[in-house]
Design a protein around this ligand. Sequence first.
Ligand code: PEP
Ligand code: MN
Length: 356
Amino acid sequence: MPVVPAGLARVLTMSRTASKCDMRDVREALDAHGLASSVAHGPTKAFIGVDGVPGVPDTLSAPPVVHEVIRIDSPYPLVSAENGHRSSVRAGNAVLGPDTFTFIAGPCAIESPDQAWAAWDAATEAGATMLRGDIYKHRTSPYSFQGLGASGLELLAERRRCSPLPLVAEVLEPQHVAALADVVDVLRVGSRNMQNCALLRACAESGKPVMLKRGLTATIEEWLLAAEYVADAGSLDIILCERGIRTFDASTRNTLDLTAVPFVQQRSHLPVVVDPSHASGLRSLVAPLALAAVAAGADGVMVDVHPHPHNARCDGPQALLPTEVVQLGHALDGLARRMGRTSVRGVDTSADRAGA
Ligand code: PEP
Ligand code: MN
């Protein structure tokens, strides 16, 4: 049975053949040594995170079900980068990660079937590999449009039936997770909820990947610790989203922190996407920032689209017009390919979304 070496956190990588029983046995053995542990499931392996106890001998006698013990001196061991390894997250029939580039586009808020369909069709024409569209909105003012709520679920379900592109939508409350998880492929936790631990846990337990936006004033460490909550609750299917932070400069809605992209990729194995729409708040800045994000190594970009931005009920000034998103899609495609990304356009149709 394992004795975990001294120091900070350790991650035990379980062999592919480890059963639930094996996992339980290992955790019971750790428990007997007074070592708290948690489990997270990645796409191909399971991991057991352990808090090391100073003074425990630096030895390990592990049963064969433990593939390897990695010493990670990090406050966020489950999401931290391990030997430069970077992971991919499957969302429906798209794969988001170091080898691909994922273009996500669609309405900020779903306002009506016509508006949502027009935005999604433009996004599809632009070569998007994932669509966005929110029915729950977390607005700064209680008097702003809060989204269609549960009455929009069927709209999402219908689009998903009609299109192979996976959907991502924001979830605001734990009690909405199950219904939303039934109709979308990725649950998005917005910046204002980045540290809402109950929501993070509920999303992790849904079985759907979680896109975690960086909080308005969150440090990178706080952001990664929020991701660790999701991992600690059992899921490593996490996509980080840089969406700008609040700085002293109020010229733009936020300041896009592109430094965060390579910085986080060096410290965490999780994919990182960038949202230039919410970062800038200005349509004219979306394309240059999106391209800069690709150049900085982002694994994807997410943008707002609206057929009539001037009449939008939410975030119109930052929404791209259908023609603009098509133009941006072409530009991103070319640049992402030059950056060595593959599967830029289209989706991996070999996967069965029903099983994802
Ligand atoms: C959004 O993407 O619609 C959104 C509300 O973004 P954020 O949480 O980053 O403000
Ligand atoms: Mn918005």
